[in-house]
Ligand binder design. Structure first.
Ligand code: LLP
Length: 437
């Protein structure tokens, strides 16, 4: 994907940089982010939403992959930013991201997080529950501001995706359900609060979605709700945020629709529904994460131990695993890989890729055909840009990898590799344990 190609040495190149050189210079495991691909994916959203439908906005979902350098890329490409925590918001603040284009999500924002958001002047709070609504109202009033918000509603739609990443159904920790009347009640309450300015509604039906009908159906449910709100309160929805969710290719069989097709489905349905229901067509917000960062990232590993269990399986162990990519262990997520220093060699052997954590479930890929390999060869796992670095952990005290941004034949470090001392930097020894008895 992206700017990947094989050079005359038979090495895989990304952004014009030889992956063998990357391994030598930055070490492995290494996250590689393809700048051109990341920007191109941002631009797809910018063009199909903001440019074709002025006022509409794509906000990049920071939970997918966020660092200060990534904030810069997102800003330059004209997108807003969806943050879900004080930590993500702080990243945006430190990167000087335009805060009026920040949408603050989360189902349990703390008073400190809410204060940080109001003080920073984030564009929208996406309010999840009544506790937050009243807390935000009080805090906004104490700052003498009227905070623009969207209310997160749960439309009761299940997108066809993995059980753990479904968030749109009624029985969910997220949002006010429409069906129970709680969404209407929240809208009525929001309209009465002095510290709150209701702008519209938000929903998110899931992730890694391939069926565009689920987006069309969501628009139908949301516009029907908007019409009910208008009838009951006279409030005309200005903004409709449909969340993220567009799927990407990971492995054979994945056939995601394009951003253009998704936008087309959304706007066609929205315009006809609004006309039918007597509504003003609202500004549309979408919150793509995976479809921007996923295909732009890959992870480079060094192959170590190769264990052949005759007649059963060959385990090929790499120097990372569930610590840098927990998705296969958590969701049985599928990935593809290639031997980066032998990218022209034919696949000759069926193997399985193991991580190095002390856990049998730490397997990155089951059953993949690879070229003839030996310890020291480099393995590149593709499409790891989304929910890998952002979900990485230090299980077994493995330091988290570095990340390089590649493009135009250059590589720049955007996250430095953790050291053993970084791992110890939060450890403290209480006085009574300091001196040996
Ligand atoms: N907006 C909201 C409110 C969300 O909850 C999410 C993802 C997004 C936007 C971005 O969705 P995307 O475009 O990336 O599908 N850790 C899981 C994915 C969790 C998704 C959570 N919400 C994984 O690794 O597959």
């Amino acid at each position: 994907t992206g700017t990947m190609r094989v050079n005359e040495k038979g090495h895989l190149e990304i952004g014009g940089v030889d992956t063998v050189d990357l391994a030598r210079e930055f070490g492995t495991p290494l996250y590689i982010l393809d700048e051109e691909e990341f920007r191109k994916n941002c631009r797809e959203y910018y063009q199909n939403f903001t440019q074709k439908h002025p006022g509409s906005l794509a906000i990049y979902a920071g939970k997918t992959l966020l660092t200060t350098a990534i904030c810069r890329l997102v800003e330059e490409e004209g997108l807003g930013l969806d943050v879900v925590s004080g930590g993500e918001l702080y990243t945006a603040i430190k990167a000087d991201f335009p805060l009026h284009k920040v949408y603050f999500h989360g189902n349990n924002k703390s008073p400190e997080e809410i204060r940080l958001g109001v003080e920073a002047g984030v564009g929208r709070f996406v309010v999840d529950n009544l506790y937050e609504l009243y807390l935000l109202n009080d805090i906004a009033k104490s700052y003498k501001v009227r905070q623009p918000i969207l209310l997160r509603v749960s439309p009761g739609i299940e997108a066809h995706t993995h059980e753990y990443i479904k968030t749109g159904q009624i029985d969910s920790k997220f949002g006010f359900p429409i069906e129970t009347g709680q969404a209407m009640d929240a809208a009525q309450r929001a309209l009465e609060l002095d510290g709150i300015e209701l702008k519209g509604f938000h929903c998110h039906i899931g992730s890694q979605i391939f069926e565009l009908e689920s987006f069309a159906h969501t628009v139908e449910v949301m516009t029907a709700f908007m019409a009910e709100v208008f009838k009951a309160t006279g409030f005309m929805t200005e903004e409709l945020d449909l969340g993220g969710g567009l799927g990407i290719y990971y492995a054979e069989g994945d056939n995601p629709p394009t951003v253009a097709a998704m936008a087309e489905t959304i706007f066609t349905t929205l315009e006809s529904q609004c006309q039918k229901l007597g509504l003003k067509v609202p500004k549309v917000i979408v919150e793509p994460g995976r479809s921007i960062a996923g295909p732009a990232g890959s992870t480079l590993y060094t192959i170590g131990a190769i264990k052949d269990i005759p007649g059963i399986r060959t385990y090929v162990a790499v120097d990372g695993g569930m610590g840098d990519n927990p998705r296969p262990a958590l969701y049985q997520a599928k990935y593809e890989a290639i031997v980066a220093n032998k990218a022209n060699d034919q696949p000759v052997k069926l193997v399985s890729i193991a991580g190095k954590c002390c856990e049998s479930g730490d397997m990155l890929i089951w059953d993949i055909e690879l070229a003839e390999i030996k310890p020291g060869d480099l393995l590149l796992v593709s499409n790891t840009g989304a929910y890998n670095y952002s979900m990485a952990m230090n299980y077994n005290r493995l330091p988290r990898p570095a990340m390089v941004l590649v493009g135009g034949g250059k590589a720049e470090l955007i996250v430095r590799r953790e050291t053993y001392d970084d791992l110890l930097s939060h450890d403290l020894i209480p006085a009574h344990l300091k001196t040996r008895k």
